[in-house]
Write a protein that binds this ligand. Structure first.
Ligand code: F6R
Length: 607
């Protein structure tokens, strides 16, 4: 979604801001802009619709040592130059960039219009610039404090003023803001990846906080303008994005990184002797774990699909009743959180607004809440205060791949830890430990099939529809495979439980609607072959995913993807790795912009 960068120091602000914008590109956006205070204090602003590459030629005329910049993902008003940020007040004294949504902007705008303020854009964000100008009486921080007192909704903002050279004021409520402390000045960004190249340490603002940033000082204040002592933390080494390397896209790189990412998720967490997983971040005593009576997993998109695999793990391995919630719905339906419920929010970014809202609802209802997240220091991780980090490394491609796989692995480790805490004996635990240890190798075996998968994907690249069917823990794998395909190739793809197909969707099958059938050797395989027969009877071509050298599928189709033999617990991991490659190669054959698909954003910070 939208991205913010700001810099103040003795270096060329434009260069650093543009570099920051490029590092934020992966989040998904549709216009960009930059505003730099010149030597005379005057604010120079350039904006454009489209990618940062279109903004670049305009920035050569913009020079200074302090500025703010933005990539916008349109919510209010079309993606256009005039709606792009920064937004300025009428006199051009104040410039603002904003992430989030101002829910009461209509009433604020109406009141400003009555006072004769002229608006240039259709955005909700522009009201912020005009309000700051209205409240400004010589103290920029005070004007920002008064302004945010009027705002309802979510915001991360950064503000500069012609009258305050070298000063950036920023504030957050529900939308991340990180201040970076560097050697040649200080920075602000909505995402730590934008400042990792320049800053060694960071301050994650909390909701309601304001930071006053100058080249050699950062002061943090609470919502009533009282100074607070911030927590300064080092930027984790894994934050640094090392580029695409030899790969055509980040997505392909991240798919191929999965053996290492999985090894990092597992590192130091498996105990062969005890046959269990040791997850210190969970911070629960064996007695507290034994008291858990119910697990509720909440997430969105791929993270929710990982949670659905986790549901099988918790029930099958640990015997704990588990449900998966669409995080967006959780707080609106007054969920019943019985005593001794463990809520597990899952979020790669740790910033998804819907998942964050679910966390807050669960905390309010008295649940123990333990997050699974990839981004160290992210809002969800911090608000939960306990959980498990994936350590999958930065995921830059909008479509989640390695984070999904590592989420599933983490859920399996959690289920193992809870299982050993109750009904599972040491031998059974040790067997699962061995299986988990083999995951990196098993994923590598899938990646070795890349050429075969590419050929099959290219054969189906011209189609416009596809179905994915699975059973048991492969049902969420089917949902995830379909999601991957639709988001990066724009092929309409539906994931279904294989048995559900004949309750309606089968009406859509035909020779132009291929079905990807997950026929791995796990319980339910025989029934899957019956489902394949049903598809073939409707002339739908079938692409079968099977285990090892299983020959059965050859009776039905020549398009077979083979994944290595493994238990039903690991089957979703190897299967989704194969489906990621299938989606990637199919999208590549269609020449799609794989890393930044249209309309999508990497971290969805609005509800
Ligand atoms: C799909 C994808 C999204 C995310 C979803 C949640 O490839 O990436 O569906 O999984 O937006 O994001 P996080 O995990 O950051 O909360």
């Amino acid at each position: 979604m939208c991205g913010i960068v700001g810099y103040t120091g003795d270096a060329d602000a434009t260069r650093i801001l543009v570099d920051g914008l490029l590092r934020l590109e992966y989040r998904g956006y549709d216009s960009a802009g930059i505003c730099v205070a010149g030597a005379d204090g005057g604010l120079q602003t350039v904006k454009s619709a489209g990618k940062v590459a279109r903004l670049l030629p305009l920035t050569t005329e913009v020079h200074g040592r302090c500025g703010i910049a933005h990539t916008r993902w349109a919510t209010h008003g079309a993606p256009s130059e005039v709606n792009a940020h920064p937004h300025l007040d009428g006199a051009g004294n104040i410039a603002v960039v904003h992430n989030g949504i101002i829910e009461n902007y209509r009433e604020l705008k109406a009141s400003l219009l009555r006072d004769g303020v002229e608006f240039r854009s259709e955005t909700d964000s522009e009201v912020i610039a005009h309000l700051i100008a209205r409240y400004y009486e010589g103290d920029l921080v005070r004007a920002v404090v008064r302004t945010i007192g009027r705002l309802r909704g979510a915001y991360g903002i950064a503000v500069i003023s012609r009258h305050h050279p070298g000063e950036i004021v920023c504030a957050r409520n529900g939308s991340p803001v990180v201040v970076g402390l560097g050697k040649r000045g200080n920075m602000v960004a909505s995402d730590v990846t934008a400042l990792a190249a320049y800053a060694g340490e960071v301050i994650y603002l909390r909701d309601g906080e304001i930071a006053d940033i100058t080249p050699d000082k950062v002061e943090v204040r609470n919502s009533v303008n009282i100074p607070v002592v911030p927590d300064v933390t080092e930027i984790p080494a894994e934050t640094v994005n090392s580029g695409k390397g030899e790969y055509a896209h980040y997505m392909l790189k991240e798919i191929f990184e999965q053996p290492d990412a999985a090894a990092n998720t597992l590192r130091g967490r498996l105990d062969r002797e005890l046959g269990t997983a040791l997850l210190s971040g969970l911070n629960m005593t064996p007695a507290a774990m034994a008291q858990v009576r119910q697990v509720v997993i909440a997430g969105c998109g791929s993270s929710m699909h990982a949670g659905m695999v986790g549901e099988y793990y918790f029930e099958d391995i640990a015997g704990i009743p588990t449900s998966v919630e669409q995080a967006a719905e959780f707080r609106y339906r007054n969920p019943i959180i019985a005593p001794n419920t463990l809520v597990i929010p899952i979020s790669q970014s740790g910033e998804t607004a819907d998942t964050l809202a679910a966390v807050r609802e669960a905390v309010n209802k008295g649940a123990t809440v333990a997050a699974i997240s990839n981004v160290v220091g992210s809002t969800i991780a911090r608000e939960c205060g306990r959980g498990v980090y994936l350590h999958a490394g930065p995921e830059i491609s909008v479509a989640s791949t390695k984070a999904f796989i590592c989420q599933v692995i983490t859920l399996l480790m959690l289920a193992l830890a809870f299982g050993r805490n109750r009904r599972m004996n040491r031998e059974q635990g040790a067997e699962l430990v061995r299986e988990l240890e083999s995951v990196p190798e098993l994923i590598r075996a899938v990646l070795d099939q890349a050429e075969v998968i590419r050929r099959i994907a290219e054969k189906f690249a011209a189609g416009e529809h596809a179905f994915y069917i699975g059973r048991g823990p492969l049902y969420p794998a089917a949902l995830e495979g379909a999601l991957k395909l639709k988001e990066i190739s724009y092929v309409h793809a539906e994931g279904y439980h294989a048995a559900e197909l004949k309750h309606g969707p089968i009406a859509l099958l035909g020779e132009n609607v291929p079905v990807v059938a997950l026929a791995n050797d796990i319980p339910g395989r025989e029934k899957m072959f019956s489902n394949i027969e049903e598809c073939l009877a409707r002339h739908a071509p079938v692409i079968a995913v099977v285990t090892g050298d299983d020959r059965t599928a050859e009776r039905y189709t020549e398009d077979i993807i083979r994944v290595p033999p493994c238990s039903r617990f690991i089957a979703p991991v190897v299967t989704v790795a194969a489906l990621q490659l299938f989606a990637y190669y199919l999208a590549s054959a269609r020449n799609c912009p794989i890393d930044q698909p249209r309309n999508l954003a990497k971290s969805v910070t609005v509800e």
